[in-house]
Design a protein around this ligand. Structure first.
Ligand SMILES: Nc1nc2c(ncn2[C@@H]2O[C@H](COP(=O)(O)OP(=O)(O)OP(=O)(O)O)[C@@H](O)[C@H]2O)c(=O)[nH]1
Ligand SMILES: [Mg+2]
Length: 438
């Protein structure tokens, strides 16, 4: 099983196809459908939030390449690329800052505790600088992006555990801790991945690269001797130059950046950036999180199209488009995906994990939870067994959120059983009915 194997292009193409057909069938709706089309083409919007003082503002500066305003920081803000069109559907209470440069070419960031900020986003980065507490889990639940749309950041990693004055490297410890927090696929969790980051080091890495006095800073950082620095810090008599360096690179930089600083500003900048973990974060953002964000948005666009039935001059024409039996492998996964977030928001983590496994499955064998190469008869039996379990749950006292999700899962499993039986019986299936046909 791989995480969300469905190519992003297939999701976008599927939604675009629906929008094109709907516009052709109901030209009167183009005023509603055009914004949905623009939304479909926008980069994922990632909310940056978490517990207070964990480095949220500093991380936004690192990710957007623009200083976070000291004042007015409480106004919900969307950071998007100046090279793209104005983002679609942002409420008036949310400010839009359009930033030139490459930092926002593929991602848009949203900041603010306002529910309007959350409503603009497709996924969330949640910062903690200690073990996640029940309050964090509750906040994640309320945000409603589900495990797939959530990355947990162990922030201020340079001060993790005993901090820089301890014997171990706190960044390495924080990375090991973040790995331990990353759930195994198929297990229940409130996030899909955890990454250790030090926003301060990321900002410092960037500023060294443009600082005209970088040589002076390198010379100072190269001159510090850890034992003497520790003694100075304990005495609390910090000279001005060192205070500046402590502000910019933290105790971690002052104690550990010496070797890199000796090599000059370019090496120092690279070292700070690598230590910050922001590169690992970007890979996560542009990979699995972006994919989850896109699926969520695709589902949202399709749901909004459903709502247009009440607005259309010819509702039957729109209904015909929306209910067009879709053979696209994107269709059932777009349909199922938001159920994982809904289940997670209702606290049904095990059920969310079950649905996520179905969305992630990339073959009948995988869906049957069997290793590749399993015998066809075992695949049929495995799928039947799962269908039986899901249907059993549906006949019990199911809560509505589970009922909706499991009903959708049951439909997929029934199709899968039929396909697997056809394989077993050597009957060629019509390709448009295959769950994974491209
Ligand atoms: N050591 C260290 N300090 C950091 C790091 N990131 C931010 N800080 C410092 O932590 C303090 C809080 O950082 P902010 O970015 O303002 O954190 P925030 O989460 O936005 O805080 P509030 O908006 O006040 O809730 C500041 O003094 C930052 O300089 C980091 O990676 N390492
Ligand atoms: Mg802040």
């Amino acid at each position: 099983m791989t995480f969300l194997t469905l190519p992003a292009a297939a999701v976008a193409a599927h939604v675009d196809d629906f929008l094109t057909s709907a516009t052709a069938a109901c030209p009167d709706l183009s005023g509603h459908l055009d914004p949905l089309r623009r939304l479909t083409a926008e980069p994922p919007r990632v909310l940056v939030t978490g517990s207070s003082g964990t480095g949220i503002s500093t991380l936004v500066e690192a990710l957007t390449g623009t200083p976070y305003p000291e004042t007015g920081g409480t106004v919900a803000t969307v950071y998007s690329s100046a090279d793209r069109a104005h983002p679609t559907g942002i409420p008036d209470t949310v400010q839009v800052r359009r930033i030139p440069g490459a930092a926002l070419a593929d991602l848009t960031f949203v900041v603010g505790d306002d529910p309007a900020a959350t409503a603009c986003a497709d996924a969330v980065l949640y910062l903690v600088d200690r073990e996640p507490l029940p309050a964090d889990l509750a906040a994640l639940r309320d945000a409603g992006f589900g495990p797939r749309g959530t990355v947990l950041l162990v922030s201020r990693a340079d001060e993790f555990g005993a901090g820089s004055l301890g014997s171990a490297d706190p960044v390495e410890d924080a990375r090991a801790y973040a790995r331990s927090l990353t759930p195994r696929p198929g297990t229940a969790s409130s996030w899909s991945a955890s990454v250790a980051v030090s926003p301060l080091l990321a900002v410092a890495g960037r500023s060294v690269a443009v600082d005209p006095d970088a040589a002076g800073r390198c010379a100072r950082l190269a001159s510090y001797r850890p034992a003497a620095v520790s003694a100075t810090l304990l005495r609390g008599e910090v000279p001005a130059g060192m205070a500046t360096d402590l502000d910019a690179t933290g105790t971690y930089g002052v104690l550990r950046a010496g070797a890199a600083a000796e090599q000059g500003p370019a090496t120092l900048s690279e070292w700070l950036t690598e230590r910050s973990g922001v590169g690992d974060l970007r890979s996560e953002l542009l990979g699995p999180l972006a994919q989850a964000a896109l699926l969520r948005r695709a589902a949202l666009v399709l749901e909004q199209m459903e709502q247009l039935r009440f607005t259309a001059e010819d509702p039957a024409a729109l209904t015909a488009v929306l209910e067009r039996p879709s053979s696209s492998p994107a269709a059932w996964r777009i349909r199922l995906f938001p159920e994982t977030a809904r289940l997670a928001a209702a606290g049904m983590d095990d059920e969310a994990a079950l649905v996520a496994r179905v969305v992630d499955a990339d073959s009948l064998t995988d869906l049957a939870r069997l290793p590749a190469g399993a015998a066809a008869v075992d695949v049929v039996n495995g799928l039947r067994e799962q269908l039986r379990t899901v249907n059993l749950r549906l006949t019990g006292f199911t809560v509505p959120v589970v009922e909706a999700a499991y009903t959708a899962v049951s439909v997929v499993l029934r199709r899968a059983v039929a396909e697997a039986e056809a394989v077993l019986g050597g009957i060629p299936t019509a390709t448009e009915h295959g769950l994974w046909e491209n």
